[in-house]
Design a protein around this ligand. Structure first.
Ligand code: UD2
Length: 358
């Protein structure tokens, strides 16, 4: 072999070796990276599985990496350490805030939450004659409910054709789902827990950050916004906010899973509105549905149905945020000085006329 051929051959051999080395390193690095990514996802999956939820890429960051960041140069009123609401209690004994008008700055809190691309899933049920409440509910929600934020309503009904056309605001969406009709209003009300549990577990993990579950026979009159967001959120019932705990309409029969003994209890919460993070509300709906089923098996129905079970749940799994009765008033309630704004209110209805049974 002539000398120059030899040189070309050697150069080719060396070049080949370098090239295969490079390919080896880069494949190895890629598979390392792949392994790391898989590990991170597996870890976040395990964590979410604790709550009965599957993970999605990025969801862990969204749920847990939630800083309350404010921007330089953004001006708002100076918060006071001394002057604030003194006519109401705005903190529970376990240090969960109770939200009343005057306890938050809407401009500030909106600007903080605007930095996160949050979606608030909102469920509402309208079966039988309750479809008549949809128009007012949806129209008023579009005026007052999370305006400027992403909202996805999930509306469950046995008559999709009866859902009115309501113009949705920017980033607000409505999905209508058909559910079977039921003969008893109590079953409709309680059955919501099962449907909510399944919705959160099967569909919402990639779709939403928070969820609120609302009664349909109600209307918005004032702002309901990001001040209401928290891990687990309960609303104080507008009938009982000034009652002693032994007069709350808790379930008092020990045979029911919703039983709360005398001497126990914090507040009486409404089932007409509750919410929080997907994981926390998933656990709530799953537990309440399980407890409701144990009651069914024992032929007992709690006095206020799923509301009794919700109250039991909130007694032993304390909400991280409470909403004052501003967030669920009753159109028929007399005004009280402490309620300076009515945000959401139960409309007056003729139960005998709208319900499928008495
Ligand atoms: C209370 C609670 C409610 C629930 C119920 C259980 C308040 C303000 N509300 O309200 O959340 O816990 O007690 O006893 O405290 N529904 C239909 N079609 C029907 C019947 C019910 O769609 O035929 C749905 C609808 O979304 C309604 C919800 O179930 O908003 C609750 O029923 P309700 O409003 O008749 O219960 P109510 O007023 O006794």
């Amino acid at each position: 072999m002539p000398h120059h051929h030899n040189l070309v051959f050697m150069t080719l051999v060396v070049f080949g070796m370098v090239l295969s080395g490079l390919i080896y390193i880069s494949t190895n690095q890629n598979s390392c990276k792949q392994q790391m990514i898989e590990q991170v996802f597996r870890k976040s999956e395990e964590k979410l599985e604790d709550f009965g939820l599957r993970s999605s890429p990025g969801s862990e960051e969204k749920l847990e990496d939630f800083g309350l960041r404010s921007s330089p140069g953004f001006l708002y009123n100076q918060p006071s350490t001394l002057v604030g609401r003194t006519d109401v209690v705005s903190m529970t004994p376990w240090l969960a805030p109770i939200i009343w008008e005057g306890t938050f700055d809407p401009t500030l809190i909106d600007s903080i939450y605007k930095q996160h691309n949050l979606t608030i899933a909102t469920t509402v049920f309208a079966l039988g004659k309750y479809t008549r409440f949809l128009k007012d509910f949806l129209e008023s929600a579009e005026e007052h409910y999370f305006v400027g934020f992403r909202v996805h309503y999930y509306l469950f009904t046995d008559q999709p054709e009866a859902v009115p056309e309501v113009k949705m605001g920017e980033n607000h969406h409505l999905t209508v789902r058909r559910v079977p009709s039921l003969d008893r209003w109590q079953d409709i009300s309680m059955g919501r827990m099962e449907i909510l549990e399944k919705l959160i577990k099967n569909e919402l993990a990639n779709e939403a950050d928070y969820i609120f579950c609302l009664d349909v026979d109600a209307k918005f009159y004032g702002r309901w916004g990001v001040e209401s967001l928290g891990r687990l959120v309960g609303v104080i019932h507008p009938w009982f906010f000034d009652y002693p705990r032994d007069q709350f309409s808790y379930e008092r029969r020990p045979e029911s899973q919703a039983f709360i003994p005398a001497g126990e209890g914090d507040y009486y919460y409404t089932a007409a509105a509750f919410g929080g993070s997907l994981a926390d509300v998933h656990h709530l709906t799953k537990t309440c549905w399980e407890q409701l089923n144990i009651d069914i098996a024992n032929s007992i129905e709690a006095i206020w149905h799923e509301e009794s079970h919700l109250n039991k749940y909130f007694l032993y799994t304390k909400p991280s945020k409470l909403l004052s009765p501003e967030y669920l008033w009753r159109d028929i309630n007399a005004a009280v000085g402490q309620v300076k704004i009515i945000r959401f209110s139960h409309v007056a209805k003729n139960n005998a006329e709208v319900r499928p049974n008495v």
